[in-house]
Each structure stands twice: as structure tokens, then as C-alpha cells.
Design a protein around this ligand. Structure first.
Ligand SMILES: CC(C)(COP(=O)(O)OP(=O)(O)OC[C@H]1O[C@@H](n2cnc3c(N)ncnc32)[C@H](O)[C@@H]1OP(=O)(O)O)[C@@H](O)C(=O)NCCC(=O)NCCS
Length: 199
């Protein structure tokens, strides 16, 4: 990644665990008080199994959220995300995702990434979030190319990236050091013109 990051949290109320994603998944600007919701998954080994970080301590999650909030203050207003959801005071069970999108106005390159709380896996939320991130990147940020990286063993994520119409480009060797050794990354991308608002 080059340039400032845009970070977005996606939240879903805990008291509707069986609703399908189209009911309530929405991207929202992350706030400092979201850290317990982020920590609800960032402390779990299964949520960060394919990541070079975690499981997090509370302090690590607070630092992470602080950086995310700061990144938002660095971005232009046009990168700001839609409205905030209503809080029901049960943030610990919400799904969250981060989008890291932006670089220079000329290059218009971006990256998406996402994490869903494990208690909500398998309900279509990850797919819906990824779709919304592409819409945000192409529609609101006006990016030309958006890419995503994925551990080749992460079959649910590679399925999501294919389902939302991204093209698998390549496999890059030893991009990250995890607890169980170095891992490769699959690269997926979409270009403006390939993406349609209804996709
Ligand atoms: C990856 C992740 C976001 C998926 O979230 P999710 O809400 O469970 O995803 P969805 O329910 O929208 O869809 C998952 C898809 O993967 C498929 N899938 C799940 N496990 C699979 C497996 N072992 N093999 C093949 N496909 C699998 C599902 O069947 C579904 O596809 P379908 O709709 O065609 O049936 C979630 O597992 C997660 O947060 N993981 C940890 C963080 C992470 O890996 N993030 C991605 C970094 S690249």
C-alpha cells in the first residue's frame, strides 16, 4: 500500500444473527469507540489465521483502531463513507471490515480487505461486504484498479473474490510470515469498466 488508507467498519446487530446480509450490512466510518467490536474478532485465532498479525491484545486493537481513525482524518471528504448505523449496545457481535483504498489522485489504485466475526460466517455477509467495498472504491472513490490479496488456503475468501467478479491474476511467493511459516498470496483485481453498480 502506498498513500493514506481509508478504513471502514461494517456492522451488523447481534440480535439478528439469522438475517441474511441484504437486510443490514452497511459500510460505516470507523470510530474510536468501535474498538471493542473490532477486538471481539481481532482477539480470535480463527479470525486472523491467514494474517501476519494477531491474535491481538486489547492494547494492540486500540492502537489499530486509533490508526484507522487517524487515516480517515487524512483522507479527503469524498472518501468518507455513508451514514452511521444505530447502536444497540451490543457491538461485540458485529461484523467488521476494513477497506484500504486510495493512493494518489493520478494513480487511482486501491485495495480491499475484510473480516467478519466468526460467529457470523457462512451467512453471505463477507460476500456482501466485498461487493460494497468494490462499489465504494469504484463508485465513490473513483478508483481505476482495485486489488485484493488472499492466502491460497483461504478458500472462502478466494470464493468471495471470484463471486464478486474479480479476476485472479497471479500467485506471489512468501509475502507474509505467519505463525506456521511464510505464506504465498493470490492476487485478484478489478478494473473500472469491468465493474457495474448492479454486480
Ligand atoms: C473470509 C470471510 C470474510 C468469509 O466471510 P463469510 O461471511 O463467511 O462469507 P460468505 O458467507 O459471504 O461466503 C463464503 C463463501 O465461501 C464458501 N466457502 C466457505 N468455506 C469454504 C471452503 N472450505 N471451501 C470452499 N468454499 C468455501 C461458501 O460456501 C461461500 O460461497 P457460496 O456463497 O458460493 O456458497 C471470513 O471467513 C473471515 O472473516 N475470515 C477471516 C479473515 C479473512 O480471511 N479475511 C479475508 C482476507 S483475504
Amino acid at each position: 500500500m502506498t498513500g493514506p488508507s481509508t478504513l471502514i467498519s461494517t456492522r451488523r446487530p447481534a440480535h439478528h444473527p439469522h438475517r441474511t446480509s441484504q437486510h443490514s450490512t452497511a459500510l460505516n466510518k470507523i470510530a474510536r469507540e468501535d474498538w471493542p467490536a473490532v477486538h471481539a474478532w481481532a482477539r480470535l485465532p480463527e479470525a486472523c489465521r491467514h494474517q501476519p498479525w494477531g491474535p491481538n491484545t486489547e492494547a494492540q486493537t486500540q492502537d489499530f483502531v486509533d490508526s484507522a481513525v487517524k487515516a480517515w482524518s487524512d483522507t479527503p471528504p469524498s472518501a468518507a463513507s455513508p451514514t452511521s448505523p444505530t447502536s444497540d449496545g451490543r457491538r461485540w457481535a458485529w461484523a467488521n471490515c476494513m477497506s484500504a483504498a486510495t493512493s494518489s489522485a493520478k494513480q487511482r489504485q486501491g485495495e480491499i480487505s475484510y473480516i467478519v466475526h466468526p460467529r457470523l460466517w457462512g451467512q453471505g455477509i463477507g460476500t456482501e461486504i466485498a461487493r460494497q467495498l468494490l462499489a465504494h472504491g469504484f463508485g465513490e472513490l473513483g478508483l481505476h484498479r482495485i486489488h485484493a490479496t488472499c492466502d491460497p488456503r483461504n478458500l472462502s475468501s478466494s470464493r468471495i473474490l471470484s463471486k464478486i467478479g474479480m479476476t485472479q491474476e497471479d500467485r506471489v511467493r512468501h509475502t507474509a510470515l505467519l505463525h506456521d511459516g511464510r505464506r504465498d498470496s493470490m492476487i485478484f483485481s478489478s478494473l473500472e469498466g469491468e465493474w457495474h453498480p448492479t454486480a
